[in-house]
Design a protein around this ligand. Structure first.
Ligand code: FAD
Ligand code: MLT
Ligand code: ZN
Length: 464
């Protein structure tokens, strides 16, 4: 963990009073003992210090807070569940934190249309549960579901474990309400599936990482439930066998919901940390975890698909929910297990399909060449071409390996951020994926929607 920075000076007491008049005295905190839990990120790599924490309870209060902060030149870092992995939601330069967690209501559930409206502070798990009650399901799922919020997942366009079937968060949006950096409230929550009436502000704000506006609510589409499920954990004797099989399975299984990749070292670490028994008697170099879900028993389709994949070295199948959860734990346990080794550098890249296997085989060498003390951990969403390159044994602020890995991914035609965003962590490398003309367009948009530059001024865009 990096050492905590010097505490920033508290905002002018008159501004604190004005903020308290808007949101209530208890919801503006300046005491470092009270603000500490908002200061550092989930991994412990990014440690900041807020000048204040402000917790509005409505969109109108958000707009008033932004107006006051704009007038007083107080920079704001919007924060939801604080599960982000790129240092975008913590006040690294003494900004004030704008916590949206109090906006947690779920309203206007429409069982006919399969839609609901969720406040920015509702968790993904809350949305999933409300969808089930309405006879539907929510298409986004991720390991941080209990803490990650609707606002945070919209702001990062979060991906997760079901992107291959339902798309990332942007694909779930049928409307959005937000407060722009100007203080204007833009609300378009009607949820019409067809609505070509100009610029798609919701689509623009989704993935903007809190740099353009503060999300206060989202109208979300729901998906039909898929109650019948099978999970298969497949072992392979090489990464390329696993990756090639992922392509085959994707084509063979229309009801494929998740297709995840991990390797022997990660599996061993998860077993060591969690105490779970290894899934197979023999060690294998690479694994795929596949989940198929539908209205009818997916087992016959899964069995036929596995028959067509010649290279499976070992297989464990789970149909009941307890055993399915056990198999999932080998994959989902990676994030927590790696964190026990010290704050990791988390690099989240996407590769073109034809480069995926070579990248997975070669990237540990790229890391070792950059820093001999570093250890590389690889896992990810195989069907999306998304590899999570986690590196331990490197100081939080040593950026050498980050630069090498991100450059290598970009050289292969890949993205330096598949799903976690740019945050503060990857700002220096945005040019690897975006041209000068694109970055200039980004700056124009930022200038129009947040002219005073008070929303997340140190996130996404590189310093001019
Ligand atoms: P925060 O961490 O609070 O903020 C993230 C960013 O969004 C920051 O830039 C912040 O300023 C901005 N922001 C937050 N709320 C708002 C708002 N209301 N308006 C405007 N901007 C806002 N991510 C994936 O994509 N896929 C995964 O599979 C995945 N799995 C994870 C598993 C674990 C165990 C953990 C810890 C994280 C995982 N993540 C994953 C990362 C993280 O959960 C997502 O990025 C999530 O979207 C962050 O939501 P949050 O509410 O915690 O946002
Ligand atoms: C995952 O897929 O598990 C998440 O994106 C979290 C991580 O990268 O650790
Ligand atoms: Zn992921």
């Amino acid at each position: 963990m990096t050492s905590a920075p010097e505490p920033p000076s508290a905002p002018d007491p008159r501004v604190v009073k004005a903020l308290r008049d808007v949101v209530g005295a208890d919801h503006v905190m300046v005491d470092p003992d009270l603000t500490a839990s908002y200061a550092s990120d989930w991994t412990g790599r990014f440690v900041g210090m807020p000048s204040a924490v402000i917790r509005p309870g409505t969109a109108v209060e958000v707009a008033e807070v932004i107006g006051l902060c704009r007038a007083a030149s107080i920079a704001l870092v919007p924060q939801g569940g604080n599960t982000g992995l790129v240092g975008g939601g913590v006040p690294l330069a003494g900004e004030a934190v704008l916590s949206l967690r109090r906006l947690s209501g779920i309203t206007d559930v429409d069982g006919r249309a399969g839609q609901l409206t969720a406040g920015a502070g509702a968790s993904v798990a809350d949305v999933q549960a409300a969808a089930v009650v309405a006879g539907w399901a929510y298409g986004v799922d991720l390991g941080s579901r209990d803490s990650a919020t609707v606002g945070g997942t919209v702001a990062t366009n979060a991906g997760g474990l079901q992107v291959l079937r339902y798309g990332a968060t942007r694909a779930q949006l049928t409307g959005l309400e937000a407060v722009l950096g100007t203080g204007a409230v833009v609300s378009h929550l009607g949820g019409l599936l067809k609505d070509n009436t100009g610029y798609d502000l919701g689509g623009l704000l989704c993935g903007s990482e809190g740099t353009l506006g503060v999300v206060t609510a989202a109208r979300l589409r729901l998906v039909p439930p898929s109650p019948e499920r099978v999970v298969a954990l497949l072992a392979f004797s090489s990464t390329s066998d696993a990756v090639e099989s992922a392509f085959l399975l994707r084509r063979a299984l229309p009801d494929l919901q998740s297709l995840e990749l991990f390797l022997r070292a990660g599996l061993d670490l998860v077993c060591r940390v969690s105490g779970a028994p290894p899934p197979f008697a023999d060690p294998h170099p690479a694994f795929l975890l596949a989940e198929v879900a539908g209205l009818t028993d997916p087992m016959p389709a899964m069995a036929a698909a596995l028959d067509s994949v010649g290279s499976v070295a070992d297989v464990a199948i789970a149909t009941d929910s307890t055993r399915r959860a056990q198999l999932w734990r080998y994959r989902e346990g990676h994030t927590e297990a790696i964190n026990t080794l010290g704050a990791p550098h988390k690099l989240d890249v996407a590769l073109p399909a034809g480069e995926l296997a070579a990248f997975v085989d070669r990237v540990p060498g790229v890391v070792a060449d950059a820093d001999a003390r570093a250890t590389t951990w690889l896992f990810g969403h195989a069907a999306d071409g998304n590899v999570h390159v986690n590196i331990t044994g490197v100081a939080p602020d040593d950026l050498t390996v980050d630069g090498r890995v991100l450059s290598y991914a970009a050289e292969l035609g890949g993205s330096i951020s598949a799903e976690h965003g740019i945050g503060t962590a990857k700002r220096p490398w945005l040019h690897l994926n975006r041209s000068d003309a694109e970055i200039a367009a980004f700056r124009s948009i930022k200038g129009a929607l947040d002219p005073a530059g008070i929303l997340n001024p140190n996130v996404l865009l590189p310093p001019p």
